[in-house]
Design a protein around this ligand. Structure first.
Ligand SMILES: *Cc1c(COP(=O)(O)O)cnc(C)c1O
Length: 382
């Protein structure tokens, strides 16, 4: 490996410089706890930015999904219709509840849940009188690209199944001018270290109905009943966000628009700089109703044209200490999830076999970005 250069990461934390001020306040006020002024302020900022009435700050995006599913009444043997083309964190909380994921493949333009397959899954369940077992649809906005929310919400409403948006990768993205995270009955965000903003680890649940926000905070703090002693009539969780970490989140939210802008600029840089390589394609926005934060810049390689695969590109960049990653491996191909039902059209499998994620951090230097571009171009000009 060429260690002349320091490692270029796929997506690394990018502090604004304002985070420590809020952390300092937490120390001065001794709010070193999973509640406090930073948590409240971070929640208010998130709700306003995402165009919803309420946000509950939690320990992770996974925790937020788990609570959303519990609040929708998901129990053993129920089903959740969920995008197969995603990260495992979308699916794990379904299984925590003893329920069954039903995987829905992607459409070719957005790479997100295919409304045609979703309708098929809903219709089959209605016809066999088991639609009541379907407690939720989890739609993922992968790599920041909005799913076709008009079609998905129409189906969800027609069949009476609530939607949870997994907007973990999509903070700052919009569909028809409305922020993602504002369409579903509930939505989730993630502030893991590699996301567009980070609190080192953390997440949030978004909703318009106050009852869900109150219940989420209650469940996230061990479901303690109102009583002078410690009393519990439900199973609780320890899922609340620390007031120290929420301070990082406040500092990050001050620069969210700049972060989105820079990610989009990275994507456009790769797309225009590699336009002459016909074997590479970059996912387009289907039309002007779609606005993607371009969390990760992705590209699909036509190997039949060139004989070059994503693994070769990955290897070439790795030799220069540059991190890349294949696209997500679909959930229906994962050993742990293989046994569940899936509605497939081959789209996610093809994407997984041909796509790559490029260094996309908002702190990526121009020199590093140019180097990535040149190395990729070299792979194809040999
Ligand atoms: C990161 C991510 C999550 C999980 O978030 P955590 O905060 O890491 O638990 C869920 N879904 C998707 C699509 C993600 O990328």
């Amino acid at each position: 490996m060429n260690t002349q250069y320091k490692r270029v990461y796929l997506s690394s934390p990018h502090m604004s410089g304002h985070e420590q001020k809020y952390i300092q306040q937490a120390f001065e006020q001794n709010w070193i706890a999973p509640l406090g002024p930073n948590v409240n302020a971070f929640e208010d900022t998130l709700a306003a930015y995402c165009g919803v009435k309420h946000a509950a700050a939690l320990s992770s995006g996974t925790a937020a999904l788990h609570l959303a599913l519990i609040m929708l009444g998901l129990e053993a043997d129920d089903e959740v219709l969920v995008s197969t083309f995603t990260f495992s964190a979308t699916v794990n909380p379904i299984v925590y509840q003893g329920a069954k994921p039903v995987f829905i493949d992607s459409e070719t333009d957005t790479w997100n849940m295919d409304p045609v397959l979703l309708e098929q899954a809903l219709e089959e369940r209605k016809a066999s009188h088991v639609l009541h077992k379907v407690k939720a649809i989890i739609v993922v906005h992968l790599y920041g690209m909005p799913a076709k929310m008009d079609q998905i919400m129409e189906l969800a409403n027609r069949y009476g199944v609530p939607v949870i948006e997994d907007a973990a990768e999509a903070l700052g993205s919009k569909y028809k001018g409305k922020p993602l995270g504002s369409f579903g009955k509930m939505s989730i965000l993630s502030f893991n270290g590699n996301k567009i903003i980070t609190t080192s680890g953390g997440g949030a649940l978004l909703c318009n109905e106050e009852a869900y926000a109150i219940k989420a905070r209650f469940l996230a703090t061990q479901a303690r009943d109102q009583a002078p002693h410690y009393q519990h009539s439900q199973i609780g969780y320890n899922y609340r966000m620390s007031n120290v970490l929420a301070g990082i989140g406040r500092g990050q939210m001050e620069v969210i628009d700049e972060r989105v802008e820079k990610r989009i600029e990275n994507f456009n840089f790769y797309k225009s700089g590699l336009a002459h390589i016909k074997a590479l394609s970059f996912p387009e926005l289907p039309n002007e109703q779609f606005f993607s934060n371009r969390w990760l810049s992705t590209s699909v390689i036509d190997s039949e044209q060139t004989g070059i695969t994503y693994l070769q590109v990955q290897e070439a960049l790795e030799q220069h200490n540059i991190e890349t990653r294949p696209l997500w491996k679909p959930m229906h191909l994962q050993p742990i999830f293989k046994k569940y039902k899936a509605y497939l059209n081959n789209t996610s499998e093809t994407l997984f076999a041909t796509g790559i994620c490029l260094p996309s951090g908002s702190n990526l230097s121009n020199d590093d970005r140019n180097r990535v571009l040149e190395l990729i171009a070299q792979c194809f000009l040999k």
